[in-house]
Design a protein around this ligand. Structure first.
Ligand code: C2E
Ligand code: MG
Ligand code: MG
Ligand code: MG
Length: 291
């Protein structure tokens, strides 16, 4: 199940690996070991303002640096971590590490931006989430507005509970984004009840913008609805200039995707922050960018 990468001798992960029951159990066991061996790390994907082209933040994305299988993407282990409950420990580590890293950049005198962290539904249901987040902010010294939490529409399944938790988080000062927006089966009614700052338009709607009029209609409608509700909107998975143009024409606020930058190791993200003097990505207007 290991493949040699001819170019640099790196071992690549074979996705066929986890498709058996025995490997599922092995995987859960391995995840616990990986925690104690500190094999998890965070990558950071830049987010850009669509008017100015300037950096506005990062999303923290977990990776598993496996000694033999190489860099394992979250889709190969987050489901198992959720099933086994290990997501609680892992998610706690992600929150702490993202806040610690963001504070470390600030302490190094680099420009400050919010960092977005994905919360799984199980983490969201944990009894003392708000208290724990307050504690992490306190321990790392990060101010609440520099943390944004990404939740999915599925939290709206229990709106009463979600309202109580999100209002406490909002009172604390952290931002709340709805990830993969448009892919859940929930009604929109939660949008007017919950303190949501931002919708992230799912990549599946952005991908075929240039060829599918239905996707164009959906993306335009999400942006218009978000703005009418005084909610910000960011497009995910933006890969082409055409997509950027369309999003700009419809006044989408921000973008994230390979067109701007892939997720980067912490050190490279730090380097990008260090160069952040009017940093603008190609193809975006950058009137506001400093010379
Ligand atoms: P997500 O939160 O929707 O994150 C965006 C995903 O899209 C990331 O995949 C990112 O690498 C990928 N992406 C970004 N730009 C592009 C693009 O232009 N084109 C394409 N094709 N893909 C792009 P990644 O890092 O593999 O993460 C996948 C999912 O795993 C995330 O989706 C999120 O749901 C979950 N995840 C990642 N890190 C964490 C974590 O720390 N905790 C939890 N609970 N879930 C996480
Ligand atoms: Mg996300
Ligand atoms: Mg997303
Ligand atoms: Mg997504």
């Amino acid at each position: 199940r290991l493949k040699e990468n001819g170019r640099n001798g790196c071992l690549l992960y074979d996705p066929a690996f986890e498709h058996t029951a025995i490997n599922k159990l092995t995987l859960q066991h391995e995840l616990m070991e990986a925690m104690s061996r500190r094999q998890f790390l965070l990558y950071y994907q830049p987010q850009y303002d669509l008017r100015s082209g300037r950096l506005v933040g990062f999303e923290a994305l977990i990776r598993w640096r496996h000694p033999e299988r190489g860099m394992v993407p979250p889709s190969h282990f987050i489901p198992a971590a959720e099933e086994s409950g290990l997501i609680m420990t892992l998610g706690d580590w992600v929150l702490f590490e993202a806040c610690r890293q963001n504070r470390a950049w600030q302490r190094a005198g680099l420009p400050s931006y919010p960092i977005s962290v994905n919360l799984s539904i199980r983490q969201f249901a944990q009894p003392n989430l708000v208290g724990r987040i307050a504690e992490i902010l306190d321990e790392t010294g990060l101010a609440a507005p520099y943390l944004k939490l990404e939740i999915t529409e599925s939290i709206a399944m229990d709106v009463e509970r979600a309202t109580a938790i999100l209002e406490s988080l909002s009172d604390l000062g952290v931002g709340i984004s709805v990830d993969d927006f448009g892919t859940g089966y929930s009604s929109f009614s939660y949008l007017k009840r919950l303190p949501i700052d931002c919708l992230k338009i799912d990549r599946s709607f952005v991908r075929d913008i240039h060829q599918d009029p239905n996707d164009r209609a959906i993306v335009a409608a999400i942006i218009a609805m978000a703005h009418n509700l005084q909610i910000g909107v960011i497009a995910e998975g933006v890969e082409t200039e055409e997509q950027v143009r369309f999003l700009q024409q419809h006044a989408c606020d921000e973008m994230q995707g390979y067109y701007g930058s892939p997720p980067l190791p912490a050190e490279e993200a730090g380097t990008m922050l260090g160069r952040d003097h009017g940093l603008a990505i190609a193809g975006l207007d950058n009137d506001n960018a400093a010379a």
